[in-house]
Write a protein that binds this ligand. Sequence first.
Ligand code: DQA
Length: 148
Amino acid sequence: MQILVIHGPNLNLLGTREPGIYGAQTLAQIDADLSEKATIAGVELKSFQSNHEGALVDRIQAAGSEGCQFIIINPAAYTHTSVAMADALAAVALPFVEVHLSNIHKRESFRHHSFFSARAEGVICGLGAQGYQLALAYALEKLKNPPK
Ligand code: DQA
C-alpha cells in the first residue's frame, strides 16, 4: 500500500516562512512524522515537494502508474491558479485530500477559491501541520477498509 504526499511551492521554507501563519515545524519534520505513522500502519509513504508546476504535474502523473493508492496534497499557491495540476489529479483518478496549514477562507479573497476542492474527498485547512496527520489518518482508514 502506498500514499503520496505532495507539497507545492514555498513549502520547502516551512519553519522560517511566516511562522505566525504557517507554524514553526519544518517540512522535514512534517514528512518524518507522517512517514513514521504510515510505517507503523504498514503503509509506504512517499513525499515530494517542488516549486515548479510542471514537476508537480509530472509527479502526479507518475503516481498513477506506480501503485500509489491515495494522495495527500497541499498545492500551496497553485491551489488558486493551477488547472494543470487539478487536471492531472483528475487524469490519474486517485482519491486525494487537500490540506492547507492556514485557514485560506480567513485570508485574502484570492485564496478563497481552489481548483482542487471540487474533486477532493475532503479539504482540511487552518489546523496547521495537524491537518496532514488528520488526512493521513483518513487515508490509512480508507486503505484498510476500502468501500465495498
Ligand atoms: C497554503 C495556503 C496558500 O494560499 C498559500 O499560497 C501557501 C500555503 C497553506 O498551506 O496554508 O503557500 O496552501
